[in-house]
Design a protein around this ligand. Structure first.
Ligand code: ATP
Length: 296
């Protein structure tokens, strides 16, 4: 059995959905999605170490809300990887979190992705990121992107990932909430709106803006089909979006099913000013300025 190291570390990042389009639910009960993901500078660092059993440790989880048991997505990732090589998942996994929990920013997915990357090294599997991303699909629709990183188009259930060659990083302000929104509830209300099929060219202008580094073009194409529902469930999200636009944000949108709102600034200072304005107006629990992160 390969065991090329006794420990390994890998990092994946939280994401925003620069665009998110959802079609009508399919025969399997899933929503077809078309989304442009961007990894942002909130790292999830995962350390794996050979152990006599599968164990999860979590650092930077002040409210103790991240599961330490087998329901943690990182544990599911370890079991999946172990099955693949025909060994037992005898590892201690330490997760160092910076992504807010249940914020629509894919923190759990990033932990699963970083676990796959770290075990790939620990167990000397030599798989490429694209192979790991394909393998990751059963773990959740956002996990393949969290493996690939950077900026990418997600189709299918969001789990078929095509990297976008961006020419500059996006300065982003994030408005974070303490209370979450139920993803299931958002989709249930969305279905009641009877959404139409997704236009496969709907994001062409956005992708062109990302490729050429035209931030204004990116900003005016930021969109989330789920946003009207998220606004209905948590009305202050609309105030947050509007406040960002008043501060001159190039675009502002709820990310995932919420409740985090992401606003695009013209530069890092502008993103910081938008975050400061949200903070001064008391519209969110916490506001931070981040940047999109390129793929490794
Ligand atoms: P979703 O993919 O549902 O949009 P999210 O990005 O909003 O998720 P996460 O921070 O990934 O939110 O966590 C959602 C829930 O998943 C948590 O409330 C927690 O119970 C569970 N969970 C499982 N594993 C993890 C993990 N490693 N980190 C955080 N939460 C996890």
């Amino acid at each position: 059995m390969n065991q090329v190291a006794s420990e390994a570390t890998a990092t994946s990042y939280g994401k925003i959905n620069v665009a998110l389009r959802a079609g009508p639910v399919d025969a399997h009960g899933y929503h077809p999605l078309r989304t442009v993901f961007a990894a942002v500078s909130l790292p999830e660092r995962v350390h794996v170490r050979a152990s006599d059993r599968l164990q999860i440790e979590v650092v930077n989880d002040p409210h103790g809300v991240v599961p330490r048991d087998e329901t943690n997505l990182a544990a599911a990732a370890a079991r999946l990887m172990a099955d693949r090589v025909g060994r037992d998942p005898l590892v201690e996994i330490t997760i160092d979190k910076t992504v807010p929990v249940a914020g629509g920013m894919g923190g759990g997915s990033a932990d699963a992705a970083a676990t796959l990357l770290a075990l790939n090294e620990l167990w000397g599997m030599g798989l490429h990121r694209r192979q790991l991303a394909a393998m990751a699909r059963p773990l959740g629709a956002d996990v393949p992107f969290a493996v690939v990183g950077g900026t990418a188009l997600g189709t299918g259930r969001g789990d078929h990932v095509l990297p976008i060659a961006t020419s500059r990083s996006l300065p982003i302000a994030l408005a974070l909430q303490d209370d979450g929104i139920s993803t299931a509830r958002v989709y249930q209300l969305y279905d009641e709106l009877h959404p139409g099929a997704i236009d496969p060219h709907a994001d062409d202008d956005l992708v062109a803006g990302l490729e050429s580094g035209d931030l204004e073009r990116v900003g005016r194409n930021m969109v989330n089909d789920l946003e009207p529902v998220a606004f209905a469930v948590m009305p202050r999200l609309q105030q947050i979006r509007d406040a960002a636009l008043r501060e001159g944000a190039l675009g502002a949108v709820v990310t995932g099913s919420g409740p985090t709102v992401a606003a695009l600034g013209a530069d890092d200072d502008h993103a910081r000013r938008i975050a400061a304005a949200w903070g001064a107006q008391g519209l969110c629990a916490r506001a931070v300025a981040v940047r999109s992160v390129p793929a490794e």
